[in-house]
Design a binder for this molecule. Structure first.
Ligand SMILES: NC(=O)c1ccc[n+]([C@@H]2O[C@H](COP(=O)([O-])OP(=O)(O)OC[C@H]3O[C@@H](n4cnc5c(N)ncnc54)[C@H](OP(=O)(O)O)[C@@H]3O)[C@@H](O)[C@H]2O)c1
Length: 235
């Protein structure tokens, strides 16, 4: 089994990077599913969209029941859905703090857990998470966002170990600034230049650059490549 034989699930597929990945994968002939809280306007015979809030556990479980019923097995999960934080720690309100942790940490965990149940039955699967260079940079204004992404990196390495000998890998990509994305648009000019001044490779990422590395982790030949966090930007 390989990515080409199966279904790819991209969370947070309605806009930004997630949408860009879906569009490119469909052009490449892949069978793709996506989810987000808002509906998607992508119409394609190989695309199924689920309107799901990943922080709501019952909705995630229900989505995976539907995915299992779609027949084509889930071979790749890209945990892309996320919300950002643009506020100093001392000004971050409880509701905002909770939303960040519920989506980025708990939501990503619920989706990974349900995907792993399917992948363990198949004894094959690839999971790629999106973290951020904010984690090692410790950028101002993103305390809980960084904590949520560091949490994803931490639980992923444990889940990867829990997969035993099955041909399942879990890896994380620490993204730098991404072109045409909601999170880049939400940043002010100073925040962008502060981040860029700390990177060896400060140019914004295009979707194809990210897809290139996702494809590497997703390939059957990368079966011994797991538990890794790879950062763009040259820190
Ligand atoms: N953009 C960057 O520069 C950058 C840098 C480093 C890392 N990243 C990471 O890359 C990923 C994508 O970033 P982006 O800038 O493309 O984000 P974006 O443009 O803000 O889009 C976020 C996507 O996630 C979905 N989403 C948010 N909360 C959700 C929830 N609770 N349940 C389901 N879907 C949800 C949104 O759709 P709905 O609102 O319809 O739910 C949307 O489709 C994120 O994980 C982010 O942390 C981005």
């Amino acid at each position: 089994m390989s990515m080409q034989d199966g279904r790819i699930l991209i969370t947070g597929a309605s806009r930004g990077l997630g949408r860009g990945l879906v569009e490119r994968l469909l052009v490449a002939g892949a069978i793709v599913s996506g989810c987000s809280r808002q509906p998607s306007d992508i119409e394609h015979p190989n695309y199924t969209h689920f309107v799901v809030d990943i922080s709501d556990e019952p909705s995630v479980v229900s989505m995976f029941k539907d995915i299992a019923a779609l027949k084509v097995p889930l071979t790749l999960l890209v945990n892309n859905a996320g919300v950002s934080q643009v506020s100093l720690g001392i000004l971050t309100r409880a509701a905002n703090a909770e939303a960040i942790i519920r989506t980025n940490l708990l939501g990503t965990f619920f989706v990974s857990r349900e995907a792993l149940k399917l992948m363990q039955r198949q004894k094959y699967g690839r999971i790629v998470n999106f973290s951020s260079i904010n984690v090692p940079l410790g950028s101002a204004g993103s305390s809980l966002y960084n904590a949520s992404k560091a949490g994803v990196e931490a639980f992923s390495s444990v889940l990867a170990r829990e997969c035993g000998n099955a041909d399942i890998t879990i890896n994380t990509l620490g993204l730098s600034l991404v072109n045409n994305s909601g999170m880049l648009e939400a940043l002010g000019e100073k925040a962008v230049s502060d981040k860029q001044s700390n990177m060896l490779k400060p140019k914004v990422l295009e979707v194809d650059e990210i897809l290139h590395v996702v494809n590497f982790f997703a390939s059957p030949l990368a079966r011994n490549m797991t538990c890794q966090t790879l950062y763009f930007g040259g820190l």
